[in-house]
Design a protein around this ligand. Structure first.
Ligand code: DP6
Length: 338
């Protein structure tokens, strides 16, 4: 049997940056995200008779020796399956022994360019495996998380919070849907660079948690307040406050990267130009657009539907490069559970 799912990426509004356990991928702080429709990983998973697990992404075979997380994900999923078979059948073995996962995935956005592609990818693998071998929601969430932390947020639509938890075994670490239904929210993605980032998130956050005092300050004093503000602004449809918190957290995340030793620079000149454009667009009155950047130069601009055309016109008049060259993708925030 083969299972195919389409799972969207998510964009963090209050970022996850730093792990309290690298093996189990337990974060140092809670984070909150919006699941973005249309930017998806479409993934098929089968259990087949072959020597080893195989993963193909956008037609390219993944080397499972250098990308160890896939094997961890498959082993954990199979462990859950064995556990269930053991509980159900009192020790009798399940039928899938000797079978290996064959994963085929395509994404409709650049992989590893700071656009949360690994989030959509591992969430899709985990959801397909969940259906294929019958995992429960908590197990599937863990399988996604140990593939890539932010993936556990892509398992739901709308506004999603990933709880860091405090337990060493990670049983209190999972993602939950906080809210949904702000149907007018839109997200514009500006792809300035589709290349792989120089410092991957895993290495970047390891460096920051070891060296940045600002990271510690943010976690102790700011993250929980910001998450509460985001949830409240979403509930009240208060875009001005929503945008303020999103931009503060994005800017502080990149400040932490600079506060890291050696420092990490993800934003490019084009990213800075976009920041200036959004700040200018928001001048004189309530904020109507919010930028946020993950571990890369590409921008995600969040705004309400009624402001999309105005913003694009304004951005075109401000940015010297024709807007078509920016390879923008307009997309909506998904509200539905996958
Ligand atoms: C900046 O989830 O890619 O996008 O858990 O090591 O796979 P690993 O990291 P990853 O990190 C995402 C970092 C971020 C912020 C966020 O999505 O919250």
């Amino acid at each position: 049997m083969s299972v195919t799912v389409r799972v969207p990426m998510n964009i963090a509004l209050v970022k996850y940056w730093g792990k309290r356990d690298e093996k189990l991928i337990l974060p140092l702080n809670d984070s909150i995200s919006l699941t973005v429709d249309e930017l998806c990983a479409e993934t098929s998973v089968e259990l087949v008779k072959q020597d080893d697990h195989t993963v193909s992404i956008n037609g390219k075979e993944v080397d499972l020796e250098s990308n160890k997380r896939y094997r961890t994900v498959f082993n954990e999923a199979l462990r859950f399956q064995r556990k269930r078979a053991h509980e159900k059948e009192n020790g009798t073995s399940n039928n899938n022994i000797g079978l290996k996962f064959k994963v085929t995935s395509t994404t409709n956005f650049p992989v590893a360019a700071g656009l949360a592609s690994s989030a959509a990818g591992f969430a899709a693998i985990s959801m397909a495996i969940q259906i294929l071998i019958g995992l429960d929601e908590t197990q599937a969430n863990k399988v996604a998380r140990i593939g890539s932390g932010s993936a556990c947020r892509s398992m739901f639509g709308g506004l999603v919070q990933w709880k860091s938890g405090i337990k060493d075994d990670g049983t209190d670490c999972f993602a939950i849907k906080v809210n949904e239904g702000w149907n007018t929210l839109r997200c514009l993605i500006f792809v300035f660079d589709g290349e792989e980032k120089k410092v991957g998130s895993t290495e970047g956050m390891r460096r920051s948690s070891q060296t940045s005092d600002l990271l510690k300050y943010r976690i102790e004093h700011l993250v929980d307040k910001r998450i509460a503000k985001i949830a409240e602004a979403y509930e009240k449809r208060d875009f001005d406050e929503f945008a303020k918190v999103i931009m503060s957290d994005s800017n502080q995340f990149h400040a932490i990267c600079l506060d890291t030793s050696p420092p990490i620079r993800y934003l490019s000149d084009a990213s800075w130009k976009l920041i200036e454009v959004v700040e200018k667009f928001n001048e004189n009155g309530k904020r109507k657009a919010a930028y946020t950047f993950d571990a890369g130069p590409n921008a995600c601009v969040i705004l309400e539907d009624q402001n999309v055309q105005d913003f694009l016109r304004f951005a075109t008049s401000q940015i010297v490069v024709p807007i078509d060259d920016l390879n923008k993708i307009s997309t909506s925030i998904t509200q539905t559970e996958q």
